[in-house]
Design a protein around this ligand. Structure first.
Ligand SMILES: [Zn+2]
Length: 187
């Protein structure tokens, strides 16, 4: 695949617009099912032992769009998968053979990067994330520099854990997703 990824700010804006439109900017995790429903997409939990299968976006034989997700995953993973699949839909990605199945092998596909960027922007909105991080840094007597940046990598483990737990409380996302978001927003 040679296509380049869309600029991240564009994806960020798409996510932001949806949150504002559905009035769930302050608690995206609680609005995700509603947003998906408003897009006329069916949400289908599936039972599978296949741990590599996270979710999929597709059309059924009646032309109904659906998002299926592996319901045995942890809640943070399910949330992120729903947002990721919604991202494929909002960003008008091409379905391969009418269906996009998620597994770890697809990570280098630009569509997958874009869907991940969308999901983290949707679940951890920029301004709110900055607010949460800034507050918690201040509790630790740490501060953003003049450009609003800080070096996450240079923090001690306890300091990192403190930021992660504040983020989890607000956004219900996984540590992995949180660290990715912090490193991209504040670098
Ligand atoms: Zn995907």
């Amino acid at each position: 695949m040679t296509r380049k990824t869309k600029p991240f700010w564009q994806i960020e804006m798409a996510a932001e617009n949806i949150l504002q439109h559905h009035e769930c900017y302050n608690a995206p995790y609680s609005g995700i099912d509603f947003i998906i429903e408003c897009c006329k997409i069916d949400l289908i939990p599936i039972n599978t032992d296949n741990q590599r299968l996270m979710g999929m976006l597709g059309d059924d034989s009646n032309g109904h769009r659906f998002i299926a997700y592996n319901k045995s995953m942890i809640p943070e993973r399910i949330l992120f998968t729903k947002a990721h699949e919604l991202g494929h839909f909002i960003l008008e990605h091409k379905l391969k053979s009418d269906i996009l199945i998620e597994n770890k092998d697809d990570e280098r596909d630009p569509q997958e990067t874009e869907a991940n960027v969308f999901a983290s922007a949707l679940l951890m909105p920029k301004e709110l994330t900055i607010k949460v991080i800034k507050k918690r840094l201040e509790d630790l007597q740490l501060y953003l520099d003049d450009d609003g940046k800080f070096n996450y990598g240079s923090l001690h483990k306890e300091q990192k854990d403190c930021l992660i737990s504040a983020m989890k409380q607000n956004f219900h996302t996984s540590k992995e997703a949180i660290e990715w978001r912090i490193q991209n927003l504040f670098k």
